[in-house]
Ligand binder design. Structure first.
Ligand SMILES: O=C(O)C(=O)C[C@]1(C(=O)O)C=C[C@@H](O)C=C1
Length: 133
């Protein structure tokens, strides 16, 4: 099975298929000495290792990662819906579509907690609720 690599745009590409690569040269994901020369780094269980103890540990940790991802998706959707309710309530009452001072507070909260990535995350959260500026 060919392992896929998630790109930052959410698309997937085959692990051996490097953007800009001229040929199927060295694979940075493949540990030195891997018996698998096909670019498939997943091995049987898709963990990226051939060590069964490490694979079992990875599978266990991934269960919690998957749980966290599901929770984050649900929270993302709930936040967007609530933000849309606030916006609709405000517009129906003759108010503004946006409250930029509130957006600045939220951006600052995420930047303080998470740094520059927090700012980017907060921008995406805000856009999910109120739409693009
Ligand atoms: O808190 C508000 O007033 C909202 O409308 C919600 C929200 C947000 O998603 O947090 C969205 C748009 C506003 O400009 C500010 C914040």
């Amino acid at each position: 099975m060919m392992a896929d690599v998630m790109q930052s745009d959410g698309a997937q590409r085959a692990a051996g298929d490097r953007p800009g690569a001229v040929d199927g040269g060295a694979d940075g994901d493949r540990p030195t000495g891997s018996a698998n020369g096909t670019g498939d780094t997943s091995t049987g269980s898709g963990t990226g290792t051939e060590d069964s103890a490490a694979a079992a540990r990875i599978v266990a940790i991934r269960e919690r990662i998957d749980e966290i991802d599901r929770t984050m998706i649900a929270l993302w959707q709930e936040r967007a819906a609530l933000s849309q309710q606030v916006g609709a309530t405000r517009i129906a009452s003759g108010g503004t579509r946006l409250v930029l001072s509130r957006e600045r507070q939220i951006l600052e909260r995420f930047r303080e907690a998470l740094g520059a990535d927090g700012t980017q995350l907060a921008l995406l959260l805000l856009r999910a609720g109120r739409g693009p500026l």
